[in-house]
Design a protein around this ligand. Structure first.
Ligand SMILES: Cc1cc2nc3c(=O)[nH]c(=O)nc-3n(C[C@H](O)[C@H](O)[C@H](O)COP(=O)(O)OP(=O)(O)OC[C@H]3O[C@@H](n4cnc5c(N)ncnc54)[C@H](O)[C@@H]3O)c2cc1C
Length: 256
């Protein structure tokens, strides 16, 4: 079947049906899309989608960025000859009253989601001696996707800021990762220094490593300045991306 594509500005968008939602942790909702329209999307986990969700205050659609957590094109399971509908998963942090968080809380199977993408070319460097991934809960889907791409014997250090133990998730992919769950407790997201403190204390392994950091924008910018300025990390070994900021909700307002 031909992918269902609309044109939003100059970018073709895809409309897909929500097949299921799953509460992964108290503050993380997984939304599974399953639709023939996803067959041509060719997403790679870790890439970004720009999803369009309703802003219940203004009544307009707004765009928000989310990571492809998992993707499967149509196929046949080994033990079954029935074809499988293409599917794509995103994991959404239920942080508060933002349009995307509200949508993830309320969306039901059978509803549709429009998105543009995927975009993004980042992949873990297969030749690196070690990999350090750090971020808050918004970065978890991307970190899970990238860790799953590493060889089982890779040296992976993970520094993950979350509220408390209830938000911890399995980190499959590498046989023996060093996983540091950093609990900010009652502190508001974006106000804690647990990630700073952990990275200031970290002893990096020998050899040529790669560092990937994402999450609260001022926090990750501060970490980049520290790693480059005080630890002498080569900028080419460092990928830093701000995922959200308290002052700044970046809206693309479009006609409903
Ligand atoms: C490339 C990229 C990939 C991303 N992938 C994911 C992902 O896979 N999963 C995911 O959950 N998020 C992801 N994010 C972050 C997500 O886009 C933002 O958190 C987004 O602002 C949420 O939209 P919203 O409509 O819920 O809230 P908004 O309307 O954007 O914000 C409403 C208020 O909530 C605050 N806020 C926004 N996000 C958070 C938060 N996480 N915690 C606390 N306060 C917040 C804002 O500062 C604002 O004050 C990604 C961002 C980028 C740039």
């Amino acid at each position: 079947m031909r992918p269902q594509a609309l044109v939003r500005g100059r970018l073709a968008s895809t409309v897909a049906t929500v097949a299921a939602t799953r509460q992964v942790t108290p503050r993380m909702m997984s939304v599974r899309l399953a639709d023939e329209s996803l067959a041509g999307v060719a997403a790679v986990p870790g890439q970004t989608l720009k999803i369009y969700v309703p802003d219940l205050v203004s009544g307009f659609l707004v765009s928000r960025d989310y990571t492809v957590r998992d993707y499967a094109a149509a196929g046949h399971p080994a033990d079954d000859h029935e074809s499988v509908t293409p599917r794509l998963d995103i994991d959404v942090v239920l942080h508060g009253e933002g349009p995307a968080a509200t949508w993830a809380r309320r969306v039901r199977p059978g509803e549709t989601l429009e998105f543009v993408g995927p975009s993004g070319r980042y992949r873990p460097d297969p030749y690196a001696d070690w990999h350090l991934f750090a971020g808050d809960e918004t970065a978890l889907p991307a970190i899970q996707a990238y860790v799953a791409m590493l060889p089982a014997d890779a040296c992976a250090l993970l520094y993950l800021e979350i509220p408390d133990t209830t938000e911890q998730q399995p980190m499959p992919g590498v046989a023996h990762p060093t996983v540091c769950w950093l609990h900010r407790g009652e502190e508001e997201p974006g106000t804690s220094t647990v990630l700073d403190d952990a990275l200031r204390a970290v002893r990096l392994p020998p050899g040529q490593g790669r560092i990937w950091i994402a999450g609260h924008t001022p926090t990750v910018r501060r970490l980049r300045a520290y790693l480059v300025g005080e630890r002498g990390i080569d900028r080419r070994a460092l990928y830093v991306k701000g995922f959200w900021d308290r002052q700044q909700a970046v809206d693309t307002i479009t006609a409903p």
